[in-house]
Design a protein around this ligand. Structure first.
Ligand SMILES: [Zn+2]
Length: 169
């Protein structure tokens, strides 16, 4: 099922997600729906708060649905190691039409559970590292708008307000 993606400033986006304690069919349904929703919106990653569910669940698929091996599920994820610094452009499905450069670590190691509760660790670099950090930020209620410089943040806030008053947001 394709879920509705909530946009900034929906309050759920700014709340830390609850840790997942039950690895049941309802959770796996949510994960499947999150992938379907990501593909329908041509995204590469999604966090549960973006579909209005305040839980520590995120899904990433850099192939955008082309390769089933690329479907990654991170539940209760934590960054256990990070290295380097890169300044690259990114976007967010909760901020349509906004792309901006933000600083991220170049490499990260994430520890997380899969949809059956099994713990694993995974290293990411380049786009994967950026996506992992962006999605894990969502689970802490942190949005990429607040990783931008104050100048860029204010410019984008103005753009959002303009789109809101034009009924385009
Ligand atoms: Zn996002």
């Amino acid at each position: 099922m394709i879920l509705k993606i909530v946009k900034y400033p929906e309050p759920v986006l700014s709340q830390p997600g609850e840790p997942v304690t039950e690895f049941n069919d309802e959770l796996r349904r949510l994960v499947a729906d999150m992938f379907e929703t990501t593909y329908a919106n041509q995204g590469i990653g999604l966090a549960a708060p973006q579909v209005g569910v305040s839980k520590r669940v995120t899904t990433i698929d850099l192939s955008m649905g082309k390769d089933p091996k690329d479907r990654l599920v991170f539940i209760n994820p934590e960054i256990v190691f990070s290295d380097g610094k890169v300044y690259e452009e990114e976007g967010c499905l909760s901020f349509p039409d906004i792309r901006e450069k933000v600083v991220r670590a170049a490499k990260v190691r994430v520890r997380a559970q899969d949809e059956y509760g099994k713990w694993f660790e995974m290293d990411g670099e380049e786009l994967m590292a950026r996506c992992m950090q962006h999605e894990i930020d969502h689970l802490d209620g942190m949005l990429f708008l607040f990783r931008m410089s104050a100048l860029k943040r204010n410019l984008n806030l103005r753009k959002i307000r303009k789109m809101q008053s034009a009924g385009e947001w």
